[in-house]
Write a new protein. Sequence first.
Length: 618
Amino acid sequence: MDKALIFAEENRTELEKVLEYYSLNKSDSLKYKAACYLIENMPYHFTYGGAEVDFYLQEIETLLNTSKDKSESLQIINKLNDDLINGKEQIYKMMDARIITSEFLISHIDASFKTREYPWAKDVNFEDFCQYVLPYRLSNEPLQNWIPFYTEHVKHIADSLYLKSTSIKDFVGRLVSHFSPPHILRRHRKGKFVIELRPTAYMNLEFGSCKELFFWTAYTFKALGLPVAWDYTPNWANRSLGHEWASMIIEGKYYPFLFLDKCKFGEHISVNPYEKPSKIYRHSYSLQNESLVCQDIQGDILPIFNSPFIKDISDMYVDQYSDSCANTILELDYPELVTNKILYLMVFDNTKWVPVGWGIKNNKAVSLEKIRRNCCYIVSNYEEKEFKPVSKPFYIDSGNQVIKINPLINELRTIQLKRKYPYFMSHRADSNIYKVIGGKFEVANKMDFSDAVELLAVKEIKIMGYQVMELDSPLNRRYFRYISAPNGYVFMSEIIIYDDKNSEIPGTIIGTTGSFNKEDGDMSTVFDKNPFTFFNAPFHSNCWVGLDFGGQKKVKKFAFLPVNDDNHINLGEEYELFYFDREWITLGEYITPNVPLVSLTNVPDISLLNVPLFTGCN
């Protein structure tokens, strides 16, 4: 406390007023402890100041209260972001301990304690209350008395839902569902903000990332006295980008969630088990002694770890993932490159290695904690804004063994690439690709298909991408078609038909005319060589699409592409193959032949591969 009061400088008297106010009455003893908690952890908290900041916040809030077109609004947001970044030299930090008033702090503490009277908050212990309800800020947003605003908008909703609930979990689940589709159809996906907005702005926000969505969720829950934590992964271990979400502990179990969830309450993470978090951290209001900033270690600290309020909680999510965490002392492969005591744990994000954690050098090794099993990492030294790998790629297997990926350049093999990026289909049972199951392909010589021969009845889809069907012998026919599965609306993106010489057979498009909506694709999209377009038929069943070859042709093979993500192999695409050995080393370029598959030759065995695409997606 003494350090906090000294740090406050001239504003010390304002903080002392708060402590004195709650020390006068014994009934305020818990409020006094709460005030101590906030003030003791206050010195490192701040918001941004300056005329540019004030203008930015005002313009954003004005924009949120107008009915502009979304694309136009996004352009304005991006322009405001650029202007603020360009004027960053005029922006300064305003430390909470030196600007906060006793009136503001007392008002916030009293409002927070008011929430402890709500029936659903009566069992929240004081420690959880201080950590997850009491703090007046989430990050570096402007100071604002936000609890009354959110209370006015959501308290009556909570009252109604609580009366229908059978447990706290049921109540919280109902609350999340209320602020999720179909009740609210907004999607907070596009647009981002370079600084945090005022707390009340997030309720009306139609733009932003998962961070902005979390802020809306958190302010709402805190205003109701419900303890909610801010958890995040800086980058997934097996794909690009990271993610942020809310979590609650109910009866000793973690329940991750966000408003606008489409899954059951608490399944926000487990519903997508194929997305593996490299590490999981928690933002806190209180100082975290285990944070990198709080270690007495010399070395460059990256911005993502330059906060005393983050805590590594990767091991707390064992219920959400089958691959739990392990600690290890990793022997460095290139210790001569190490210049810092701090070394960074990194994962590959589809284009580059990105930092997700840190460890402390120990002789020719590094101590790593809470490493998720079966995820690929490297360890790098950071100096003069450059990362240099000091370990080979590695993972920790289910038996806690460190497996290093060391390419055998003298032991070569051939691999076949069917997709540019994995598709975890078993976890997406509602995917539109399944709408083709039950559909069938036919050829005929009569235009009415009265003499049709069935080539394939689609019973399963094993991979998102082109499905190839080769006939035992060619069939000499004039017409080819695909008939929609029941309730399938066709939902076919592409069809390619080959003759006995493996050449594509052209023809005139025939089939059901029209589409479900005017803006939807019609039957022409099935042959437009665009994997993103597809035929959304005007009726749920009995619609079809095909080709009239203009005469008999020898049909030997065909490939079809249901609705997809365009991460399959497309015809004529150009690739370059790399393997990793301290850096990405090229093995040559490849062009996809006239089948949806590319064979990669002379690949070093036991190697980490990267196959960037020159055209289309990576």
